[in-house]
Ligand binder design. Structure first.
Ligand SMILES: NC(=O)c1ccc[n+]([C@@H]2O[C@H](COP(=O)([O-])OP(=O)(O)OC[C@H]3O[C@@H](n4cnc5c(N)ncnc54)[C@H](O)[C@@H]3O)[C@@H](O)[C@H]2O)c1
Length: 360
């Protein structure tokens, strides 16, 4: 045990030197590929992208059939370059319910409705598939990348036969969020579950060189955006009187400092998400709303598929007791548990799911 600990420390020291040589001071980059262009050009406040929009394109897929309309708020042009390989979700056969034991039945979500931000790809999309497989009747995906969001919604609807809506929304846009949540609540008649998975990461930026506009942008998306969607959905859950379950995707970076890459802003943002989760859980328990966080370790998603991180992945895997990155579907079971009545007495919890990375 002692030997393993010492050897880990040695690896960390060596990795640090290698990493700082390999990365020039100007090598900051956005980890979310769809957002990288604007981040690379941030030099002053004049270059900050405009968040306000005039309308939100809403695309609905019922039984796979595409219908389009515009919701009056604010447009958000974004391009996408990467899509995670997906497994197809399987339709849920409601007739199995009567054969389930009471314990198994508590893990189903029959007839419920879920909102999932960042559901266009990656962890958010995979959790959406998982909820569909345990019985939700409706899903609204909110994502800033319309092309991947639409494709994801259409495929999920075709695969499962459920009603899936896509809203092209930036989680920093309060009006856009409000409009989308109003529309989803009115269309589905209820909202029972929210998964806040939208987020970005900046890595390999030394704190002393951090551009303040990049800092503010990340905090705005990861913390304020998470709060704004939670607030809009909670208002609906409170007025319905039925409560609900809110799941915030934080990160182990909210509890430990990643190595070897410097990413102080991301780490601070996820610590903020964890504490916000506890605060909202306390405030909203009286309304029957549970709020929990999932803190993943290193997951193999597009967020991490950038050249600057490839070498560092070897270090991450070496430092993970399970000796692998998390798979894109590895949060699914936990998300279903937190969304369902199986976790009825759990609120304000930060569930770390990291292959053991934070154990040593
Ligand atoms: N991948 C990891 O290793 C890892 C580890 C810990 C935590 N997380 C967290 O998990 C969440 C999902 O990450 P992922 O790996 O699936 O990343 P991803 O980049 O594959 O997916 C994130 C999704 O969020 C969307 N998004 C980004 N900014 C947005 C905005 N302003 N408004 C609306 N949508 C926006 C993107 O378009 C994308 O579809 C993030 O919050 C991330 O911080 C990821």
């Amino acid at each position: 045990m002692l030997t393993r600990f010492v050897s880990r420390l040695a690896t960390r020291s060596r990795g640090s030197a290698v990493a700082s040589r390999a990365l020039s001071p100007a090598s900051f980059r956005a980890i979310s590929p769809g957002l990288s262009r604007s981040l690379h050009t941030v030099e002053s406040k004049a270059h900050l992208e405009k968040v306000a929009k005039d309308s939100v394109p809403l695309v609905t897929f019922e039984q796979g059939e595409r219908k389009e309309q515009m919701l009056h708020v604010d447009p958000q042009p974004v391009t996408s370059t990467v899509q995670d390989s997906q497994t197809a979700a399987q339709p849920f056969d409601g007739s199995v319910f009567q054969n389930l034991t009471p314990t198994m039945a508590k893990f189903t979500l029959i007839g419920r409705v879920a909102i999932i931000t960042g559901g266009g790809r990656g962890l958010g999309l995979n959790m959406a598939q998982a909820l569909a497989e345990v019985g939700v009747r409706g899903i609204a995906i909110l994502d800033v990348q319309p092309d991947i969001g639409e494709a994801a919604a259409q495929k999920l609807s075709e695969d499962t036969g459920i009603d899936v809506r896509f809203y092209s929304v930036d989680v920093r846009d309060e009006d856009g969020i409000s409009e989308a949540i109003e529309n989803a609540a009115s269309h589905f008649g209820q909202i029972d579950i929210l998964i806040n998975s939208a987020g970005i990461a900046d890595s390999n930026i030394k704190a002393e060189t951090y551009n303040v506009d990049m800092w503010r942008r990340l905090i705005d998306i990861n913390v304020t955006g998470n709060f704004l969607v939670a607030q809009a959905v909670a208002r609906k859950m409170i007025s319905s009187g039925n409560g609900g379950s809110i799941i915030n995707i934080a990160s182990m970076s909210g509890s430990v400092v990643n190595y070897p890459q410097e990413q102080s802003c991301y780490n601070a943002s996820k610590a903020g998400v964890i504490q916000m989760t506890k605060s909202l859980a306390t405030e909203w328990a009286r309304y029957g709303i549970r709020v929990n966080a999932i803190s993943p370790g290193y997951m193999d998603t597009a967020l991490n598929r950038v050249p600057a991180l490839e070498a560092q992945k070897k270090i991450w895997i070496d430092h993970t007791p399970q000796k692998r990155l998390g798979g894109v579907a590895d949060l699914n079971g936990l998300a279903v548990y937190l969304a369902s009545d199986a976790s009825a007495y759990m609120t304000g919890n930060n569930c770390v799911i990291d292959g053991g990375y934070t154990l040593w």
